[in-house]
Design a protein around this ligand. Structure first.
Ligand code: PLP
Length: 363
C-alpha cells in the first residue's frame, strides 16, 4: 500500500507498520460506541503530545491548512488586528488567511532563513487581538522562539503553527502559555496527511466567535461532536480510517516517549547536518535556530558537469529510492530541504542519504 521509498522531503512520512495496519481496519460507523471510545482516546493522546490539559483538543478533519484556517476563523472578525511573524512560506499563508477574514494584518518580517525577533512581534502593535507565528518554518528549516512570545503577549491570543514541530521538538502548550495551536499528522507524528490536531486553551475558548464565517470549521459546533464526553450531536462524518491511523501513530509515539522522540530527532538531525558540512555544503539556518527535523542546505555552486539541482534530486529518487525536497518561494532552485521526521528519523536513513549524496556530488 505504501511506497518503500525513504521520504526525506518535508511531506508525509512513511507510516509506521502500526499505522498501516490501522488504515486497513474494517471501518466502523462514525457514531458506533467503539469508534467514539477510540476518538476520545485519540483526543487524550493529543493532549499528552501537546503537553496540555485543554479539554478542547481534537483532530480536525482536513490537513494542517484546515487547522490554520480554523485557528483564525474562530477568533478573527473584520477589522481585528492580527500580528503575524513572516520568515517563510507558512508565515505568508497565515497573513493570507487573516487578510481574507478582513483582519488588519501587521507583518513582522525576518529574512527567509533567519529567525523572527520575538521583541519585534511583541512591540509591533499596542493591542492586537491575535499574534500568530509558525514554530517550525518548513520552507526554511528555521525554529522561531515561542516561549518569549507567550510570556509577553498580554491579552492577545497567541496562535502557534506546530505542523512541523509537534512530536519532533519540544512543544509545551500549557507550560509556555499558547492559546491556540494547530498541527498536521504527516510530519513528526509519522501518520499520513489528512487531519489537523488542534488545541484551544480554556481562556481562548471563551473568546471563540459565536458564529464564525466558516460553518465547517466552527470549533464550537465541532466540539459538540468530537471531544464531547456526553450528549454528542452530529456535526460531520468523521474520517474513521484517518482517526484510526492517528490513534495508532500517537500510540507509537507515546510508547517511545515524547522526550525519546525529541532526542531521536535531535541526534538524527545533528548527524545529517554534520555530515552535510563534512561534504563541504553550507547550511541555511543559523545553528541556534536550526530544526533537526528539517534541514535546509544551499545547493552547491558547482555541481558535477551536466547535472542541475533537480537532476540530483531525481538521481537520489530513482537510483537510491530517497526523496528530498526542493526549495520553495524565494528559495526555489537554491536550496534542498531534507526532512528527517517521524518514522524516517533513523540513523540508517541519514547514513544512506549522506553516502548517496556524496557519490552523486562526487565528494
Ligand atoms: N504549516 C506548516 C509549517 C507546514 O509545513 C505546512 C505544510 O507543509 C502547513 C502549515 C500546511 O499543512 P498542509 O499542507 O497539511 O495543509
Amino acid at each position: 500500500m505504501f511506497s518503500e521509498r525513504i521520504l526525506m522531503g518535508p511531506g508525509p512520512s512513511n507510516p509506521y507498520p502500526e499505522v498501516t495496519a490501522a488504515l486497513v481496519r474494517p471501518v466502523l460507523g462514525h457514531l458506533d460506541p467503539e469508534f467514539l471510545g477510540l476518538l476520545d482516546e485519540t483526543c487524550d493522546r493529543l493532549r499528552s503530545v501537546f503537553l496540555t490539559e485543554n479539554p478542547l483538543t481534537l483532530p480536525l478533519s482536513g490537513t494542517g491548512s484546515a487547522g490554520m484556517e480554523a485557528s483564525l476563523v474562530n477568533v478573527v472578525s473584520p477589522g481585528d488586528v492580527v500580528v503575524v511573524g513572516v520568515n517563510g512560506l507558512f508565515g505568508e499563508r497565515l497573513c493570507e488567511v487573516a487578510s481574507r477574514l478582513g483582519a488588519e494584518v501587521v507583518r513582522v518580517e525576518a529574512p527567509w532563513g533567519q529567525p523572527l525577533d520575538p521583541e519585534a512581534l511583541l512591540s509591533a502593535h499596542p493591542d492586537p487581538k491575535v499574534v500568530a507565528v509558525v514554530h517550525a518554518e518548513t520552507s526554511t528549516g528555521v525554529r522561531n522562539d515561542v516561549s518569549t512570545l507567550a510570556a509577553g503577549k498580554g491579552d492577545a491570543l497567541l496562535v502557534v503553527d506546530t505542523v512541523t514541530s509537534l512530536g519532533g521538538i519540544p512543544v509545551e502548550v500549557d507550560g509556555w502559555g499558547i492559546d491556540i495551536s494547530y498541527s498536521g499528522t504527516q510530519k513528526c507524528l509519522g501518520v499520513p496527511p489528512g487531519l489537523s490536531p488542534v488545541t484551544v486553551s480554556p481562556g481562548a475558548r471563551e473568546r471563540l466567535l459565536e458564529r464564525p464565517t466558516s460553518w465547517y470549521l466552527d470549533l464550537g459546533l465541532i466540539s459538540r461532536y468530537v471531544g464531547a464526553a456526553a450528549g454528542r450531536t452530529y456535526h460531520h462524518t468523521a474520517p474513521i480510517s484517518m482517526i484510526y491511523a492517528l490513534h495508532a501513530g500517537l500510540g507509537v509515539l507515546l510508547e517511545e516517549g515524547l522526550a525519546a522522540s525529541w532526542a531521536r530527532h535531535e541526534s538524527c538531525g545533528q548527524l545529517l547536518q554534520d555530515g552535510l558540512e563534512k561534504l563541504g555544503m553550507v547550511l541555511v539556518a543559523p545553528a541556534s535556530h536550526r530544526l533537526p527535523e528539517l534541514t535546509t542546505v544551499w545547493v552547491p555552486d558547482e555541481l558535477p558537469s551536466g547535472l542541475g539541482e533537480a537532476d540530483v534530486r531525481r538521481l537520489l529518487l530513482n537510483a537510491y529510492g530517497i526523496e528530498i525536497g526542493s526549495g520553495v518561494g524565494s528559495m526555489a532552485g537554491k536550496v534542498w530541504r531534507i526532512g528527517c521526521m517521524g518514522h524516517t528519523a533513523r540513523r540508517r536513513n541519514v547514513e544512506l542519504l549522506l553516502e548517496a549524496l556524496g557519490t552523486i556530488l562526487d565528494r
